[in-house]
Design a protein around this ligand. Structure first.
Ligand code: FES
Length: 106
C-alpha cells in the first residue's frame, strides 16, 4: 500500500491508502472514492483523469509521452507545469506520499 493526498474539485483534501500498482487513474476512480471517471479506460483519449501534480512531485514522475501530451493540450484547464493524465502514471511504491489535485471536469 502507498499513501496519496488528493484535493477534490471542491478544495477538500483527503489522504488515501491505495494498492500502489497499475495506472493511478484506477486508484483514483475505484479505490479512493470516484475522483475521476476514466471514460476511455486509460487510453489517454478522454482527459477525464486529468490531475494537477503538486510542485514537489513533478520532477519525480515519468516523462510525459506523446499521446499524453496531445490529450493534455486539448484540455481547457491544461497547466503546462502541473497537468498529467493519471492513467499514464504507474502507481508504484515510488509514488508513496504523492500529492495531487483533481482537475475541473470538462
Ligand atoms: S482515462 Fe481517459 S485519458 Fe486517462
Amino acid at each position: 500500500m502507498i499513501r496519496i493526498t488528493v484535493e477534490d474539485r471542491n478544495g477538500a483534501v483527503s489522504d488515501h491508502e491505495i494498492k500502489g500498482e497499475g495506472p493511478l487513474m484506477f486508484a483514483l476512480r475505484d479505490e479512493a472514492g470516484g475522483y475521476v471517471e476514466g471514460i476511455c479506460g486509460g487510453c489517454a483519449t478522454c482527459g477525464s483523469c486529468h490531475v494537477f501534480i503538486a510542485e514537489e512531485w513533478r520532477d519525480r514522475l515519468p516523462e510525459i509521452g506523446d499521446y499524453e501530451a496531445a490529450m493534455l493540450d486539448m484540455l481547457e484547464s491544461y497547466d503546462a507545469a502541473a497537468s498529467r493524465l493519471s492513467c499514464q502514471i504507474e502507481a508504484g511504491p515510488e509514488l508513496d506520499g504523492l500529492k495531487l489535485k483533481i482537475a475541473p471536469e470538462e
